[in-house]
Design a protein around this ligand. Structure first.
Ligand SMILES: [Zn+2]
Ligand SMILES: [Zn+2]
Ligand SMILES: [Zn+2]
Length: 115
């Protein structure tokens, strides 16, 4: 492998997915639903949640592709899957996947919502 190829295969260029745990996920703004599908009356297939602001959008298999659109509109780089059995993250900027580490959530968890 050549070290000169740094552009497309930037496996080491992504710090966005480091140290992400479920703990650090912001509360979803529209739990269990795509925010933009609700507005536009479209249907979603799978849901992705923005790790920056808690926006919930639909995946690229959905007609609206709202998670991707959210990235283009906001430049928020990382989403996670909110499907029950999936624990992965995705960085749109570097196009890499990561694992979302599960950490025990204390009972009576603090949910701080800032407006
Ligand atoms: Zn990245
Ligand atoms: Zn949608
Ligand atoms: Zn966002």
């Amino acid at each position: 492998m050549r070290k000169f190829q740094t552009d497309k295969s930037a496996e080491r260029g992504c710090d966005d997915l480091k140290d992400l745990t479920e703990d650090k996920t912001p509360p979803p703004r529209t739990p269990g639903a795509c925010e933009d599908c609700l507005k536009e009356g479209t249907e979603w297939v799978h849901l992705r949640e923005c790790m920056t602001c808690g926006h919930v959008g639909c995946c690229d298999s959905s007609p609206g592709r709202h998670a991707t659109r959210h990235f283009h509109e906001t430049q928020h780089p990382v989403v996670r899957s909110v499907e029950p059995d999936e624990h992965w993250t995705w960085c749109y900027v570097h196009e890499v996947t990561g694992d979302l580490a599960r950490e025990p959530v204390a009972a009576g968890m603090k949910s701080r919502v800032r407006h």
